[in-house]
Design a protein around this ligand. Sequence first.
Ligand SMILES: *Cc1c(COP(=O)(O)O)cnc(C)c1O
Length: 493
Amino acid sequence: MTSIENPRDLPKVDELLRDIRLNKIMETLGYVPVRDAVRKILDAAREILLGTQDSDILSDTIYIDYALALNTTHDTDALLTENILTLAVLRKLDDEAKPGIRKVINATGAILHTNLGRAPLAKQALAAVKRSAEGYCSLEFDLANNSRGQRTTSIEALLCRMFDVEAALVVNNNAAAVMLALSSLCRGREVIVSRGELVEIGGLFRIPDIMEESQAILREVGTTNKTHSFDYEKAIGDSTAALLKVHPSNFRLIGFTEEVEEKELASLAHKYNLPLIYDLGSGCISSALASLMPDEPTVASAVDSGADVICFSGDKLVGGPQAGIIIGRAKPLAAMRSHPLMRAFRCDKMTLIALETTLALYLDPDLAKQHIPLLSMALCDLDALRDRTQTLADELSGYGIPAKPEPSEMILGGGSAPELRVPSWALAIRPENTTGSISVVALESSLRAFDPPILCRTSHDVVLLDLRTVSEEEERLITFALVDAFGKEGDIP
Ligand SMILES: *Cc1c(COP(=O)(O)O)cnc(C)c1O
């Protein structure tokens, strides 16, 4: 095939569409998407030939660049031909068929990475979702009485049983849980909160803003570093609706500090016949996990403190799907249940099924440890992790890739337990030390461009891959991706 050098020589749309590969793909995608992709690629080729590409916008010329790069041999650049244009069209169609949210391999070691979807789900939870959601399910149907049912009856009963509380509710996320508590219990009245707890959690969840939105009146007490019981007590008056305690999930106050313990705060609230609302944030349930983070309150300790409304996330230390879990006393929860926002915040069937199945695993702590990925990753055996890392390092060394296990620290992520310092191991690759070297930046981006993308940590001269958050199956893919990355620019056989 001859090289196309002049826009005049570009094939017509119909000519390119005659290619057998495009005909084949038309059988599944239909005519229109394929024709449109051909038009776009021909436009992009015209831009390249005329030199009118706008480098600031992501354009379809990348597909042509990609096809050219793949067909470049050691000595010669590939030429722009009809074949290259067809390959570019195929690549574009392939990209368009992928969903916006894609599977990735998380080798960062951050177990609850918010940008990567927080907690992976237990197999049992996924199976239950599949079983109930691929057809119909008894979401709001009472099978025993052949009547309309309530979507959260069984999950609420499970929560009451697990935590020995009077009532429970489930909403879309913890931000919604706090919003619902403030709107239904405190609207137009004062909520007393310590100045040390006016926190911002990621994604612009800020306590003062949520307060304003719920039309509760924020009554700040104490100072940034110290708040005493008498600060709260002095502020209590006729217009007080509740005391609020917020767990500072993602930071710690250290040094000359004081906060009022939950128990004392609950007693104070009850002395004045007020409820204590406790935004617990992460909501650790597993005692084995709790033992790694002595400073993190648990759901059990929150219940024990006597707080009346306790809110926490389903996808932080619980290890389930995104949800907001509310447990506590019957009276305030009844008011929350009948508030109109409850309808806006209600969960979808897949969330409820996944959450209920995940929570049920906690009834047997060993099952939970074995099957809830958050727990099995956080509590994995350190020697086994080092051995796995060493085995992968040995295999990579066989390909001439310089890798070795290095001591590291476990990262929880998701704005939980910021002080956590649990020793761990990571696979360290210093790519620039090898002959035919490739840079840290090039290696990181090559791994990220892999399918599925592999995400890792880097510092100035090293790429760190943490196998704690990687499955054995994914480990194989990491090996392929690394051999591929080094093979392209290095001297690997
Ligand atoms: C994470 C967190 C929230 C928000 O929870 P989402 O489930 O992400 O909506 C609210 N409060 C605290 C204290 C948190 O840690």
